[in-house]
Design a protein around this ligand. Sequence first.
Ligand SMILES: Cc1cc2nc3c(=O)[nH]c(=O)nc-3n(C[C@H](O)[C@H](O)[C@H](O)COP(=O)(O)OP(=O)(O)OC[C@H]3O[C@@H](n4cnc5c(N)ncnc54)[C@H](O)[C@@H]3O)c2cc1C
Length: 308
Amino acid sequence: MNTRQVDVAVIGAGSAGMSAFRAASKHTDNVVLIEGGEFGTTCARVGCMPSKLLIAAAEAAHAVAEGPHFGVFSENTTIDGAAVMDRVRSERERSVKVGYVLAATGRAPNVDDLGLEQTSLVLDARGVPVFDPHTTQIGDSHVFLAGDVNNHRPLLHEASDEGRIAGDNAGRFPHVLSGTRRSPLAIVFTDPQIAMVGDSFRDLSGQDIAIGSVCFEDQGRSRVMRRNKGLLRVYADPDTRRFLGAEMIAPGAEHLGHLLAWAHQGGFTIDKMLDMPFYHPVVEEGLRTALRDARAELRKRPQFARAA
Ligand SMILES: Cc1cc2nc3c(=O)[nH]c(=O)nc-3n(C[C@H](O)[C@H](O)[C@H](O)COP(=O)(O)OP(=O)(O)OC[C@H]3O[C@@H](n4cnc5c(N)ncnc54)[C@H](O)[C@@H]3O)c2cc1C
């Protein structure tokens, strides 16, 4: 076995690993990227994009099936599975590129064969090292954990951020810095879609919060599109009136989720969010209803009476 001395070894050439490699390379040329499986990130090979290509085909088929409800009829509609998969393959090929850190992975952390139990790293019940999400550092060691492997927020943009933080800290070790983490945003591409922003109801349990909600059944634009299914809830802090988080199963939740994540990261209050423009007729008017509901809840609180 050859032994090679390097400044930084990145394990796993996925989204987190590639990002870590780039960040570490700014500190030293002596970096290696070790990949144990296929080249190409999970996101590009089988994850984010390929799954959305299949969903896009299903949505097209659903739109055709929905046609008669709008007075639109088409005859002899068929789904050509081979053509669907051809498009998935060709689009996928367009996006698969090969362009002191530990960035192994998968949906289930793939750390079993790394021999971590033979190190002094502190492991959790599942054998995954305990790490700091702001620095990605494992304890005070020179090992950093980024991407799905740490089970913190198993999402593409989080993996890239964590990889960048991990690579930078591995390169600058022992002068480890906290990196910028964004407001939590998670989307599930179901129909209707699901989105979670900021703190969840579960995160906030035991805390006094004001809740505003809207049901999409009677939401104007959603009814027009026959997509009037879902519920959205926003959470606010009664003392500061700040928006704390939201959870929804809603039409266009991917877009509502982004609006809300930006408001969350900007530290907006419910009042400031209601000062923003809302066009008519749009699904976002449903969000405005939930925000107004939250504001009505805040007004009932003793804190509001004191401030007034
Ligand atoms: C079907 C599906 C759909 C998804 N859709 C979305 C989405 O819409 N939006 C979103 O944000 N996220 C989505 N994700 C999640 C997203 O793909 C991941 O969060 C992201 O790819 C994680 O990047 P990573 O670098 O941690 O892991 P990966 O990209 O999986 O890279 C890890 C690499 O490490 C290698 N490796 C593992 N163990 C070892 C080892 N011991 N030694 C050497 N190499 C090793 C692997 O072979 C792999 O190449 C989806 C995932 C799946 C599976």
